[in-house]
Design a protein around this ligand. Structure first.
Ligand code: ADP
Ligand code: MG
Length: 283
């Protein structure tokens, strides 16, 4: 069963002047058809303006398609009676943690989602505890979110989504504003949700190291899916990635350069460990 399925999904932003006349149309998502399996860890890559955020906003019905269809857990997002349910099944985490945290105390903030859903009080506290533990923030439950680091705030945002018991979490560049250690914290928490809690993860990022563990990668370009495959399949195509203006992980690039100079190495090396093992044959 697909948790997310799209068929010819198309979205156009229409710009109008002061009198309301159409000035221009941007096709941000262009006839995208894809399926995301329940339980997978999906990464979406693409340079700025390729349509990633617009696609993501369809996954919890923030935007409605101009043409085509998107189903979230089998529900067509254009059917208004499903919107509430869809927002609970597919939670969304954005780039800036400061815009997402509203509570004065961490545990209060995490409880807002389930409270709005009408979850009974006893169960709210249980969910808050579980969610904070899942992202490694339980010891901060009584803290003020303002005093936390960026990585910690982002983990609180993720706990807030998790407390709604979604089947799927869509994270739109959640680490873009974080320092390297904050990025690692967040990615570790997100991987845990996927592996331990079985939550489907859709991670939009431009940090290549963050997608190494993904089950499936989609690369977007001009609103279309330009590449699709496992991280290894994607990173085997260094030239294509460069055409799409994407960086390649340093270790993958190094292995590629060594291959070009005649070393016999497997395609799409993703980690230092793999490169070290492949090079051992030479010593
Ligand atoms: P990405 O997240 O990959 O950077 P976006 O989905 O934000 O891409 O943008 C895709 C295209 O849609 C870009 O050309 C962008 O300029 C345009 N766009 C995004 N948001 C808006 C908006 N609110 N109004 C008009 N155009 C927009
Ligand atoms: Mg974006």
């Amino acid at each position: 069963m697909s948790i997310i399925k799209t068929k010819n999904l198309t979205f156009e932003y229409i710009r109008r002047d002061e009198e309301g006349n159409v000035e221009g149309i941007t096709t941000a998502v262009d006839a995208v058809s894809l399926r995301i399996r329940q339980g997978d860890f999906i990464a979406i890559l693409g340079h700025n303006g390729s349509g990633k955020s617009t696609l993501a906003k369809h996954m919890n019905a923030i935007l409605q398609p101009t043409e085509g269809t998107i189903w979230v857990d089998g529900m067509d997002t254009r059917q208004e009676e499903y919107v509430w349910e869809i927002r609970q099944r597919a939670g969304m985490v954005f780039q800036n943690p400061d815009n997402q945290i509203i509570g004065q105390v961490v545990e209060e903030d995490v409880g807002f989602g389930p409270e709005n859903m009408g979850v009974p009080t006893q169960e709210i506290w249980q969910r808050v505890e579980e969610s904070l533990r899942a992202v490694g923030m339980y010891q901060y439950r009584k803290h003020s979110p303002n005093k936390l680091s960026g990585g910690q705030k982002q983990r609180v945002s993720i706990a807030g989504v998790l407390a709604m018991h979604p089947k799927c979490i869509v994270l739109d560049e959640p680490t873009a504003m974080l320092d390297p250690s904050g990025r690692k914290e967040v990615i570790r928490a997100v991987r845990g949700l996927n592996q331990v809690e079985g939550v489907t993860v859709i991670l939009i990022t431009h940090y290549m190291e963050e997608i190494v563990h993904a089950d499936q990668v989609f690369v977007m370009d001009q609103g279309k899916i330009a590449m699709e495959g496992t991280p290894r399949e994607i990173f085997s195509q260094v030239e294509r990635l460069k055409e799409l203006r994407l960086d390649v992980p340093q270790v993958t690039l190094l292995a590629y350069e060594l291959q070009q100079r005649g070393l016999k190495l497997p395609d799409g090396i993703l980690t230092t460990q793999e490169l070290v093992e492949a090079l051992e044959h030479y010593f």
